[in-house]
Design a protein around this ligand. Structure first.
Ligand code: FAD
Length: 372
């Protein structure tokens, strides 16, 4: 089992398991469902390939950070309304599909388990729309991608920066020519078991089955952080308390080497917060605007090919910085306490603790304001 210290240095990207020539590495879940590599010592030949492909340890990137970024919005309002930000991902992936390529992204399966999937049509790809703040299950997806690349297909992979870095490191450079890597500005991901148990808890409380989920429901506006759950009796619920909390993130999110301007992707996308101040025509309607960085020449070329379907403004990088483009998210110290509670009592005591911690913090803040 991976130790506490090592946990901060492993994003679970699966690169080591995919690259191991002896099949000696298996990804195993910890108590919150985050996957970590477990080495079968009987099979291991100590060749060192696993260490050499580890995105956290071995990737050196000497390229300068991008000097410019873009504010991007799909011209088709219906695309904008269905995607999380400005639908930059839709414009990019549509282009790859038009070329006869395939798209990989995070969708749902098996009662809202978040997992990476392959899509060869816009309909299949639409499952990837929307941010899911849970670590997605990669399974054997890197192997599938390699197969598509060997067949000469254009492949667009979208995921968190650590997943993209993992894929980058296990695809040999000649094969990378047709691989388009799109990563996200990323705050971090919560544990799959926490998510699974949260859904069970809501279903138990409302005595109905969940039929749809939105982590940030755009019907309340792009800037709102409102999770919605629709049940099979047609009722929609918006809990007051958000499950996406820093204390539920993967330990490695707190030491993420990609929380900055250097990413291994061709293109990085996120939300362009504050766009309404510099370009009101792109943000005042609260329908969403993407922030986009071209990190490579290949990224610039692909972006050039979608110019006719998006509105676009160039801005200096300094003008669009946000916390996770500067440093990793700080993981609260009480995370280990929550992990312990989960081990002995399951999800409900964790949920109650989170609410109590947040209420205490709010009350302390109010008292401090009154006293000052
Ligand atoms: C965990 C997470 C944290 C984020 N943190 C920030 C942040 O701090 N600041 C910021 O500006 N933006 C952040 N984003 C990105 C932002 O919310 C949008 O997802 C992004 O701008 C794409 O929007 P879109 O309209 O172009 O794409 P959409 O059409 O909405 O498509 C969503 C894209 O996100 C990918 N995706 C969704 N969920 C996951 C997942 N669990 N793992 C991997 N990939 C996933 C899909 O594959 C797809 O490419 C985060 C996204 C996620 C998933």
């Amino acid at each position: 089992m991976t130790g506490e210290k090592d946990k901060k240095l492993c994003s679970g990207c699966t690169a080591c398991a995919v690259a191991c020539p002896c099949g000696a590495i298996e990804m195993r879940p910890d108590s919150w469902g985050f996957l970590y590599p477990a080495v079968n010592q009987a099979r291991c030949t100590k060749c060192g390939i696993c260490g050499s492909v580890c995105a956290f340890h071995s990737i050196e990137d000497d390229s300068p950070p991008p000097a410019f970024a873009y504010a991007v919005r799909h011209r088709d309002i219906s695309q904008l309304e269905r995607s999380q930000s400005g639908a930059a991902f839709i414009a990019l992936s549509d282009r790859i599909l038009e070329r006869g390529g395939v798209v990989y992204g995070a969708g749902y399966s098996d009662h809202f388990k978040v997992m990476h999937k392959r899509a060869a049509s816009p309909r299949g790809r639409d499952d990837f729309r929307g941010s899911k703040y849970v670590q997605s299950y990669l399974g054997n997806i890197f192997r599938e991608i390699k197969r598509d690349l060997l067949l000469g297909k254009d492949v667009l992979f979208s995921g968190t920066p650590c997943q993209v870095a993992g894929l980058y490191s296990c695809v040999e450079s000649p094969l990378r020519e047709k691989l388009y890597l799109v990563d996200l500005v990323c705050h971090g991901v919560i544990g799959p078991y926490i998510w699974r148990d949260y859904l069970k808890y809501l279903e138990h409380r409302h005595k109905k089955r969940i039929v749809s989920v939105h982590f940030r429901d755009k019907r309340f506006g792009w800037r709102s952080y409102r999770e919605t759950f629709r049940f099979n009796n047609g009722r929609t619920v918006t809990p007051d308390f958000f499950i996406y909390r820093d204390s539920l993130l993967r330990p490695s999110c707190g030491s993420c080497p990609f929380a900055g301007l250097k990413h291994l992707s061709d293109i990085t996308i996120g939300d362009f917060w504050g766009i309404e101040k510099s370009f009101p025509e792109m943000g005042a309607d609260n329908k969403g605007c993407s922030l986009l960085f071209c990190n490579t020449r290949k990224g610039e070329e692909l972006f050039g090919e979608i110019a006719d379907r998006v509105q676009c403004r160039q801005v200096k990088t300094e003008a669009c910085l946000q916390p996770n483009l500067v440093s990793p998210t700080r993981i609260p110290r009480h995370r280990s306490y929550l992990e312990w509670i989960y081990r002995i009592g399951g999800f409900v005591p964790v949920w109650i603790s989170l609410i109590l911690l947040a209420t205490t913090k709010r009350t302390a803040h109010r008292i401090k304001l009154r006293l000052s």
